[in-house]
Design a binder for this molecule. Structure first.
Ligand SMILES: [Zn+2]
Length: 277
């Protein structure tokens, strides 16, 4: 958190929040309604900053698989929204209020539906556990929240906002989770993907694949690793969670679907990502 933050646009957020949050001192706990409002406003900003895929079939599938998980995961019943970003960088992230983003580069590396489901389950876990919004609120209590959020979502240097784009979001402070947050999101991911009928081992195989690739090709996975500290120890403990599930229960779960393979092929056929993405 040593970077300079973008104070440039902070007043816009203060207005957008409608004065519901105190800007100094101890803010009251953020309600679900306020969280959803913060999420919606920032999702609108993200849609201007990142090359969000507009293809109807792609959006339909990512929302179908995502909602099949989130609707069984978040007891608050808030609607979730899932997006594919036309970027070859491997990344996925979520923001408070139920907005989840997966990059094309990540879809490309998922071999089956359960691997994508595992990533989505993990990201949904961060939202359900309120990791992002609580981090944001803690920062706000230190009276830096607005700058922090804007540093995260809009880039750290107002002069180069457009260029910063995806890097700003992907490596943002808001999404820089602690190891404890990661472990909790992994545990949630296992449970949530199972509830939706997907084999939770997909999360293990996918994260293992990313860790392996990171060792050979660190730059391609830099964003993912900077926001989601991923270690062999985390993967091992997730594998242990999956091993503890009765085999009979795992056998009934889905590893892959034709719908996923169709989705993946369609993502692969998209026009090349914009320059720099
Ligand atoms: Zn994470």
């Amino acid at each position: 958190m040593s970077s300079s933050f973008n104070l440039f646009r902070a007043p816009a957020l203060a207005l957008a929040l409608g004065g519901t949050l105190s800007l100094a001192g101890c803010a009251p706990a953020i309600s679900t309604q306020e969280e959803v409002q913060v999420g919606a406003q920032n999702a609108a900003q993200i849609s201007q900053q990142l090359p969000i895929v507009q293809d109807a079939a792609i959006n339909q599938y990512v929302n179908q698989i995502g909602t099949s998980i989130s609707s069984r995961a978040d007891p608050r019943g808030i609607p979730y929204h899932f997006f594919v970003v036309n970027s070859s960088v491997v990344n996925a992230f979520s923001i408070p209020g139920g907005y989840v983003y997966v990059n094309r580069g990540l879809v490309d590396r998922a071999s089956n539906a359960s691997e994508l489901a595992g990533v989505l389950g993990h990201e949904i876990g961060h939202v359900v556990e309120r990791h992002g919004i609580e981090q944001w609120q803690r920062a706000q209590n230190a009276n830096t929240g607005l700058a922090l959020l804007y540093g995260v979502l809009l880039g750290r240097n107002p002069g180069t906002l457009e260029q910063v784009g995806i890097q700003a979001v992907g490596s943002g402070v808001l999404a820089r989770y602690s190891r404890d947050d990661e472990r909790q999101a992994d545990a949630d991911g296992v449970q949530f993907t199972m509830r939706a009928g997907y084999n939770p081992n997909g999360m293990v195989t996918f994260f293992q694949k990313l860790l392996g690739e990171q060792q050979g090709n660190p730059s391609a996975l830099q964003q993912w690793f900077s926001t989601h500290p991923l270690t062999q120890e985390r993967i091992t403990s997730t594998r242990q969670m999956v091993s503890a599930i009765p085999a009979a229960q795992l056998r009934g779960l889905t590893t892959d679907t034709q719908a996923f393979q169709n989705f993946k092929a369609r993502v692969r056929s998209l026009p090349a990502p914009p320059r720099g993405q």
